[in-house]
Design a protein around this ligand. Structure first.
Ligand code: 3MF
Ligand code: MG
Ligand code: MG
Length: 364
């Protein structure tokens, strides 16, 4: 029998946040970057996800050797704490040169900036000891569709991916799809789009996907099935587990908070397909609720991790014989009811409310 997977967890330092939103300022005192790193191990995490400028502040103002030196320093901070860098993502959505997108901007000089910055990100990743680059294509889309040529935009995204693959023969690119926000329409909204780009690239074996629960829901898709699709292509490099209560702004709620059954199904597809066995991290991308006080502003991370592990137990203790039998009989009503009872932790004979209701109506 194969040993059960021992899961390792990761998150990005932006997950410890100060509560600012578009309608109000910070409500918690910022922790320094080093203080945030100090949180990881005690909270049960060993993987750190980075934006390029989480590791190297003011990266645009530094030359290549300064960038490398600063990244090496951060690499040492990780080592000192027994942490591993999972990936680095170029923060291509902040700069004045990327207001209209990076790789898909209408301005050639802005596009060049986006590419240069992406190559610097690869340098940072190398110094941090990871080959993995995440592309969340935040502004590669349109606010007004007619403002860009979508057909050309796809070629430009592919060109940028190829340029990165060629710049460093070791690097790996993980595309994180999201259908909207900050743009009205993003050019890479689903994992299917991301993997189509992967297959058209100069080295498909080095391009795969990172699936975020909330992003799949925003695209009107089922996160577990999106994960299954990537797993079927052996292209699920990482996940951003969280939750999303319907079609709203990207909420980054705690894993399982809005839809526990959907969370169960995500854990099920990961666990049943051996995700994590080749060192993949179970990544979170969760935000503390703005009302949360300073001393409890990491609870969303530990709670999401615990929910994941509880759901792993639910997958492992699922009655496989019953499942087989119900599927063979095509009794999906009972399968449905069994899943609910299993998730609620109740057995079929533990429904006194129904019994007493029956007795009540018979007595009348
Ligand atoms: C946005 C996201 C991002 C990405 C991150 C890494 C801030 O909705 O999910 O988190 O995950 O930038 O690429
Ligand atoms: Mg998100
Ligand atoms: Mg994310």
């Amino acid at each position: 029998m194969t040993q059960p997977t021992t899961y390792r967890f990761s998150f990005g330092p932006w997950n410890i946040s100060e509560g600012a939103d578009p309608f109000g300022p910070m409500v918690r005192t910022p922790y320094s970057f080093e203080e945030k790193l100090d949180w990881y191990r005690p909270l049960g995490f060993e993987g750190v996800q980075f934006h390029d400028d989480d590791a190297v502040e003011n990266i645009d103002d530094l030359d290549a050797s300064q960038v490398a030196a600063k990244a090496r320093q951060v690499g040492q901070m990780l080592k000192d704490r027994g942490l591993t860098a999972e990936f680095v993502a170029p923060r291509l959505w902040f700069d004045s040169r990327t207001v209209d997108g990076g790789y898909t901007s209408n301005s050639p000089s802005d596009r060049q900036y986006a590419l240069d910055r992406s190559l610097r990100t690869i340098d940072v990743a190398r110094e941090l000891g990871t080959p993995n680059i995440v592309l969340w294509l935040a502004r590669e889309g349109s606010y007004i569709r007619e403002s860009k040529n979508a057909r050309v935009a796809y070629d430009r995204i592919l060109d940028a991916v190829n340029a990165m693959l060629e710049y460093d023969r070791e690097c790996r690119i993980w595309i994180e799809p999201k259908p909207n926000e900050p743009t009205d329409h993003a050019y890479v909204p689903t994992i299917g789009h991301a993997l189509a780009i992967a297959y058209r690239s100069v080295d498909p074996s080095r391009v795969s996907g990172l699936i975020e629960t909330a992003h799949a829901i925003l695209a009107g898709l089922d996160p577990a099935d999106e994960m299954a699709f990537a797993l079927a292509h052996d292209k699920l490099a990482s996940v951003h587990l969280n939750d999303q209560n319907g079609l709203k702004y990207d909420q980054d709620k705690c894993f399982g908070s809005a839809n526990l059954r959907s969370a169960f199904n995500q854990v099920r597809v990961l666990e049943e397909n051996g995700f994590g066995r080749r060192g993949e991290f179970v990544g979170l991308d969760v935000k503390a609720i703005r009302t949360q006080k300073q001393d409890k502003s990491t609870a969303h991370l530990t709670n999401s991790r615990k929910t994941f592990l509880h759901l792993v137990e639910k997958v492992r203790t699922f009655d496989r014989e019953l499942e087989k039998q119900l599927i063979a009989e095509r009794d999906y009503e009972e399968l449905d009811a069994y899943i609910l009872r299993h998730l609620m932790g109740v057995s079929d004979d533990a429904l006194p409310a129904i019994e007493s209701a029956r007795e009540y109506s018979q007595a009348k």
